[in-house]
Ligand binder design. Structure first.
Ligand code: ZN
Length: 163
């Protein structure tokens, strides 16, 4: 690190570490002045607020697990799941929040799944039914089924199994 007084080289004469922070004392080899620097590890440790208000570290692994359960045995490529996972993780990381509720995460998952696969959507939404009202769900399903771009095979399966 160059000396802030004369811009010449300095040497480190002491190091102290406290958790994720490193303090270094430098001494200029030219003017002999001492100065300190602080190096801090920037960790994004987003916490998830659970339904019972407990907090736990946000882990992609857990999110992927809930996605895998909802989409199990559905013809969904792993790529699609990874894309959802990436998008949600990115959204959380890009926002300046340190805490996110499971409710918000569920809503993001639900919005992705509703576009991807009806069965997975219903499976996931019914797990989190206290977050999503029956009215809201049937409204969304109606919108999905009135969308001509929707996969007919999927719609058929949905009718057979769930209505
Ligand atoms: Zn100096």
């Amino acid at each position: 690190m160059s000396c802030p007084f004369c811009n010449n080289k300095s040497k480190i004469i002491a190091i102290e570490k406290k958790e994720t922070t490193t303090y270094r004392m430098h001494k200029c080899i030219s003017c002999n002045k001492k100065f300190n620097s602080v190096e801090k590890l920037l960790l994004r440790n987003t916490m998830v607020i659970k339904r019972d208000n407990r907090r736990e570290k946000f882990e992609e692994k857990k999110l992927l697990n809930s996605l895998s359960i909802a989409t199990s045995k559905r013809p969904i490529p792993t790529n699609s799941l990874n894309a959802i996972l990436e998008d949600i993780t990115q959204t959380i990381n890009d926002s300046d929040i340190n805490e996110v509720s499971t409710k918000i995460i569920s809503k993001m998952v639900i919005s992705h799944l509703s576009r991807l696969d009806l069965i997975s959507y219903v499976r996931y939404a019914s797990t989190y039914q206290d977050f999503i009202s029956i009215d809201q769900m049937s409204h969304e399903l109606q919108e999905l089924s009135s969308n001509p771009a929707n996969n007919h095979q999927q719609q058929k399966l949905f009718n057979e199994q769930y209505i």
